[in-house]
Every structure is written in C-alpha cells, then in structure tokens.
Design a protein around this ligand. Structure first.
Ligand SMILES: [Fe+2]
Ligand SMILES: [Fe+2]
Length: 368
C-alpha cells in the first residue's frame, strides 16, 4: 500500500510563532492556493524509537506515527489557513499546528487515521504543542495498534476483576442479582471496559470509564463506614451504574466523540433505561419482584449524580446516597483532572499552571 506523502513548505519565522494561536478564528472554508505537493513512499521507515506523548519534552524533534483524534482547519488574522491536529497515542494527546494548510489538505485527512508526523515541540501558554512540518498518511497495517490503546489489557483485566469482586461483595440480594445481570452481559462488559469516561474532561481515554468507576467504588468503600446511615450497597451500585450510559453516549472505536444517541439522549437517560431493563431481567431470573423503592432510589442516584440542573441533572440529589454519590463522583473526577493539569503543565518558570478554561482557574504547583 502506498502512502501519500504530504511535504509542506516551512512557514516564515513570524508565522511559526505560536503566540498568535489564541487569536485565531474559525472562517468559512475557502479554496486557497496549495503550498504542498503530493509524493509517494512505499514503506514506513522511522529514524528513532517511539516516544510516547507523555515522554515528550520542550524542543524535542519528532518523527513518528500518531492517531489523528481531531482536525480543524482554521485561519489566522491574515487569512492564512493552518491545520490544528490533536495527535494521540496510548498515553495522551498533543496539539499539532501545521502552517500553510488548505481545504484540500484538510479534506485529505481523516479522524481516526494514522499519520507519520515530523516536527518539533514547543511550550505555548504552559502547554506543550508541536509545530508540524511534514505529515504522511500511514496504513493501520503498518503500526502497532497497542501503541494507541490507552489502557493495557492487563490493567483492564485487573480493574474488571476488582469491579466484579466489589459487586459480588454486596449484601443486598436484589442489588447483587442486578449487578450480576450486568456482569454476565458480555456485550455490556465489552463496552464498559473499553469506553472512556469523557471526551475532553476527566478519564478521557479508552478504558477511562472502568478506571473512574473502580476508583470511585474504592472511595465509596472507604467513606461508607464513616456514615452508618448510608446504605453502602446502594452507594456501590450507584457508583457502578451512574455513568453506565456512557457506553452508548460516546464513540471510542478509535477517536473519542459523541454518538447520535449521546447527543440526542445522553448518558443519564440511557443509564436509567439500562437499569430498568436489567431490573426486569433480575426479577425474571430470581423469580422475585425487584423492590420498587430500591429501584427508585437507584434510578434517582443516576438521574441526580451531576448535582445541579445546569450540569445536566434533571433532579437534585434528594437521598443520602444520591448526595454522597454526587460529591464522591465529583471528587474522583476533579482529583484526576487537576492531577493531569499539574502533571502536564510545562511552564517551568512559574509556580502556577496556565489558566484552565473548563475549571475557571489556574492551579498552584509550588516550587517542587
Ligand atoms: Fe455523569
Ligand atoms: Fe462519573
């Protein structure tokens, strides 16, 4: 299979300055003069061993394959088009800026495809990014796809085993039967162990949902004994199922995104439907009706776990377990997100990270 080699002209020094990035605006896509040419190469020959995204440092020169997680054609103030790519591997993603782009080049690239990328890294506003000078399409048969799968099978197996262990330790028979109906559903578990917990925010990688849920369950197990008035079994089931609808809300075959169901229905409503269906199944298998109030309490935990109307919850948490779940879920998500922000911030000259739009603040790193 031939690869298409897209050799791009280097930008003038002024254009390579990343400081103009925040001022870029979306413009209607217009045909522009092409500044690249198409050539062909027969095989993938990389000059250096792979360095994963989390190993890249400032001023590294790069020549390796990434998965295109997102692509945008943008224009700078002068009306010159450039490509902004989100380049991913199993450890994370980095933004790549490619100057002198055009609509044809943009159209020739596809999300979820592999690209050999040449360029160099630099820090802009505390974030590591890459100035891309050359890209080459690579067929998936030429890459080791394990380099692009976020969580190793070993880790997934360990987390899935822990999930089952905690759920099978639930004392309430109805809740344990319900959990079992999910655990024996192979199609559900295949998705549950490979879905991300989000597209951009916390645990936004394949396998991230399982990681988030098991981590949250461990927190619930630690916290519940401190509050004997909490029904710990219900809390554990809530932790397991609160984001279960994400298995259909998100797409994660390769690129992370939202499915039609995700955009039209969302994971809260989907999660409630899943629980209703499995409760019917559990009742059938056990020959005992699933207690109405228990099911109501569990569904309420799913419905209210975002805690506020403006964050997508149609109901505020109105039971002890729903309040606990909301706060512990938020704790697990925030600790993960801020931990990543602190870890990934590259501005060595400052004790502070750059401003984070989503969380509305910057974070203190201190001098360490
Ligand atoms: Fe959620
Ligand atoms: Fe969550």
């Amino acid at each position: 299979m031939f690869n298409v080699l897209l050799a791009l002209a280097l930008p003038p020094a002024s254009q390579a300055c990343p400081s103009i990035a925040p001022a870029f605006v979306f413009r209607p896509l217009a045909a522009k003069l092409h500044s690249f040419r198409l050539t062909f190469s027969q095989s993938l020959r990389l000059p250096m061993p792979r360095r994963y995204v989390n190993q890249l440092a400032e001023r590294d020169s790069v020549d390796q394959v990434f998965l295109v997680a997102d692509k945008q054609l943008r224009a700078n103030r002068q009306g010159n088009f450039y490509l902004q790519l989100r380049l991913a591997d199993k450890t994370g993603s980095i933004t790549g800026m490619l100057w002198n782009a055009n609509e044809k080049l943009y159209g020739s690239l596809e999300n979820q495809h592999y690209l050999r990328v040449q360029g160099s890294t630099q820090v802009h506003n505390g974030i590591l990014q890459m100035i891309v000078t050359r890209i080459e399409k690579v067929d998936h048969s030429e890459v080791d796809e394990a380099d692009f799968q976020a969580v190793s099978t070993v880790e997934t197996d360990k987390l899935a085993a822990r999930l089952a262990e905690v759920l099978r330790g639930v004392k309430n028979l109805h809740l344990r039967n319900l959990a079992e109906c999910f655990l024996i559903d192979e199609a559900f578990m295949a998705k549950f162990t490979s879905a991300p917990a989000g597209v951009k925010n916390h645990h936004a990688y394949k396998g991230g949902l399982l990681h988030h849920v098991v981590s949250l369950m461990e927190v619930c197990l630690a916290v519940a004994p401190k509050y004997p008035e909490l029904d710990s079994d219900l809390l554990i089931l809530g932790a397991f199922l609160h984001d279960a609808g994400k298995i259909d809300e998100l797409t994660y075959e390769r690129e992370l995104g939202y499915s039609d169901e995700g955009q039209l229905i969302g994971h809260i409503v989907t999660g409630v439907s899943m629980v209703e269906e499995k409760a019917r199944e559990a009742a059938k298998l056990s020959g005992e009706e699933f207690p109405r109030e228990l099911l109501l309490r569990l569904k309420h935990m799913i419905v209210s776990h975002h805690g506020e109307y403006e964050f997508g919850s149609p109901k505020l948490p109105m039971t002890l377990e729903a309040i606990a779940l909301h706060h512990l879920d938020n704790l697990d998500a925030k600790i993960y997100s801020v931990g990543q922000i602190l870890k990934e911030d590259m501005s060595s000259e400052s004790n502070w990270t750059s401003y984070n739009q989503a969380l509305g603040r910057k974070f203190f790193k201190g001098s360490r």
